[in-house]
Ligand binder design. Structure first.
Ligand code: WT7
Length: 633
């Protein structure tokens, strides 16, 4: 029997094989039994990866916010939906019940309507981790507007690129935000960005830091007075299953960021189902994911997945180091957190601070620990398991991507065990394939190759906004009839997967996905830079850090202030997260005869792994390799 709840290995085995043998029946059963539909579907799945086209639950109508909020009101109206923990530990936390969330989302949705936002319009959300962020996301979904959340650490240039790429009509922001001891002046970043954005008609501004900021008359509006007078009722707009729900930008190995488009019904079904089972959520649990809603983890596993399950989801405004490195654990103790989901980079940073900042806190409420964003090294896994989980909490190492919408490969507590550094087994309906260098699928166990997915799943991104051709080329062209993830992986003797890392020019720094091309573009804007190449190298805390090889037009001025200028350019174009840890000025870059930079060699030099550089005789300029090696940092 197909079950929504997977409680043991028998459930997992039965459900997994049902979802592989008859995916349509499987997903139709899950969808029908567990959600509210305004009209049923006429076709469960229609797909062809060669176009590529994927549609789930075609013909169905629904509104995701009715599934996230309205349907819980009768039985869970007074339950906390969002538990907000502010940056400053002395400021009280705020518990927003499902009843209150309903009211606030409706009011916000009416404000959007009053400013002319209609179904299908794009709304850019550029907010810190405050309740308005989750509420504005849901308010957009209430009226069928497509939200495009931009992480509030991105620069004005990065923001304007994203606003223009999908022609947003509105920006929702705040006067500023708190991050540890710092305040961030978000509104001025928006003002700068909007100098380059003609399509923005209005800017809604939430008050957070109560700073005195300029407001452009006729364009900028304080949010609170509008909310105060807005009606608490807002009929949910009827959406088709495949109507876009949101756009979220992610880096590619080349070119501008890709606006991944996620649609409504499939995304809803898959995020709800994965959340319930991977985190084994029970009615009185308090679930906390430390990600920012500006990333896919926050969309799927702070907002949608938990609320679809009627869960209590904690939103934390601050950073792990403020007011000290015990903050995460003090929050776990304070709110009796039961599921805790974070990134390996945070685990490594906290482990470095020693147990003095962990042991004062009572972590006995914890039941399940999660990790996401990059491969977790065994040392960090064991520290997490021993000192946070006290060897009694299963660790779910969840592998997935912005593009996949939901978790794809992960342990399921009580069904089968995790293993350090292994994402383990695919979730229901997920069909991984490992490919060799000739494009042939590797059969059997104990093999390593490039990770593809052979069959559609409900929450996969449907296209890249405005560029379906790029969607096809990036994900469906490397291997026939398969979605290519960009990751390498191995399958061990038991069929368990270990993700080995990116096989393209995307570098994961502190769990953030960074493409090399936009960083190189930013550096190359410096008047004295001739050329540059960015590679990743192993870093104790960040997982990978960025190493830039830069050739100058005038090498006499290669000095530290030039390095600082380069990092300033990167901060301005992309954001501080993309700054380089090391910059090496060099007289040339190793190139093939066709002029392509050989990053493979640079990667080895940056990683201090130069014992075997491979064949460099085919290079146009082999002599440069020696010099770069001699001067490497
Ligand atoms: C890339 C996707 C999905 C949420 C956060 C990142 C890497 C992600 C794991 C994991 C090994 C992982 C992959 C993937 N990644 N989770 N558990 N083990 N690698 O989303 O920014 O779209 O990045 O993150 O390389 O392709 P994203």
């Amino acid at each position: 029997m197909i079950k929504f709840e997977i409680k043991n290995s028998e459930d997992y085995n039965k459900n997994y094989s049902a979802a592989i043998q008859n995916p349509e029946e499987f997903w139709a059963t899950i969808a029908k039994k567990n959600f509210t539909w305004k009209r049923p579907w006429s076709k469960v799945l229609d797909w062809d990866f060669s176009i590529p086209k994927v549609s789930w639950f075609e013909g169905a109508q629904l509104n995701i916010t009715e599934n996230c909020i309205d349907r819980h009101l009768e039985t869970k109206g007074d339950k906390t939906a969002i538990l907000f923990e502010p940056n400053n530990p002395n400021e009280p936390s705020e518990a927003i019940t499902y009843n209150e969330l309903h009211k606030r989302v409706n009011q916000f949705a009416n404000v959007l309507n009053s400013k002319g936002i209609q179904k299908g319009d794009r709304v850019c959300i550029y907010l810190p981790m405050i309740p308005e962020l989750a509420i504005s996301v849901l308010a957009c979904a209430r009226i069928g507007a497509i939200h495009s959340v931009v992480f509030a650490g991105f620069s004005a240039t990065a923001l304007s690129t994203r606003i223009n790429d999908c022609d947003c009509k509105m920006v929702i922001t705040s006067d500023g935000g708190y991050r540890g001891a710092k305040t961030i002046d978000l509104k001025s970043i928006v003002d700068t960005a909007l100098l380059d954005c003609d399509g923005i008609e209005s800017v809604l501004v939430a008050k957070r830091i109560h700073s005195d900021i300029p407001m452009v008359s006729g364009r900028d509006f304080w949010l609170q007075p509008l909310l105060d007078t807005a009606s608490e009722k807002c009929e949910a707009t009827v959406m088709d299953a495949e109507d876009p729900l949101f756009i979220l930008y992610t880096s590619g190995s080349t070119g501008q960021p890709k606006g991944m488009v996620h649609t409504t019904a499939g995304y809803m079904v898959y995020t709800a189902y994965t959340f319930k089972n991977i985190f084994q959520y029970e009615p009185n649990d308090v679930y906390w994911c430390t990600a920012d809603i500006g990333w896919i983890t926050g969309h799927s596993y702070i907002v949608y997945g938990p609320l679809l399950n009627g869960a209590t989801t904690l939103m934390f405004e601050g950073v792990p180091s403020y007011p000290d490195y015990g903050r995460f654990w003090s929050i776990v103790e304070k709110h009796k957190v039961t599921q805790f989901y974070t990134a390996p980079t945070a685990i490594r940073a906290l482990a470095k601070e020693g147990l003095e900042v962990v042991t004062p806190y009572d972590l006995s409420s914890l039941k399940i620990l999660g990790t996401v964003g990059e491969p977790i090294n065994e040392e960090a896994w064991h520290w997490y398991n021993d000192h946070i989980g006290k060897n009694k909490c299963p660790i779910v190492d969840t592998w997935w991507q912005t593009e996949t919408g939901g978790i794809m490969i992960s342990p399921i507590p009580n069904s089968f065990e995790g293993k350090p550094a292994f994402a383990t087994l695919p979730f229901m309906g997920i069909q991984p394939a490992l490919m060799d260098e000739n494009g042939v699928e590797l059969e059997g166990n104990s093999v390593e190759g490039r990770l593809c997915i052979k069959f559609p799943w409900p929450s996969m991104a449907r296209t890249i906004w405005g560029n379906h051709q790029r969607y096809k080329e990036t994900y469906f062209s490397a291997y026939d009839q398969k979605y290519f993830t960009g990751d390498g992986a191995l399958r061990d003797e038991n069929g368990h997967y270990r993700i080995t890392g990116r096989v393209d020019d995307v570098i994961i720094v502190s769990g953030h996905n960074l493409g090399t091309a936009p960083i190189e573009d930013a550096i190359n804007e410096h008047p004295n830079v001739a050329e540059s190449a960015i590679v990743g190298y192993p870093h104790d805390i960040k997982g990978s850090a960025l190493y830039g090889f830069v050739t100058l037009k005038n090498s006499d001025i290669s000095n530290d202030s030039l390095k600082a200028e380069i990092n300033q350019l990167i901060s301005k174009q992309i954001g501080p997260i993309a700054k380089l840890d090391k910059i090496q000025f060099t007289s040339g870059l190793p190139k093939t005869r066709s002029g392509k930079i050989m990053r493979r060699i640079l990667r080895k030099i940056a990683s201090k792994d130069t014992s075997n550089l491979g064949d460099i005789s085919t290079l146009l300029n082999p002599e440069v390799v020696e010099t770069i090696m001699k001067n490497s940092l």
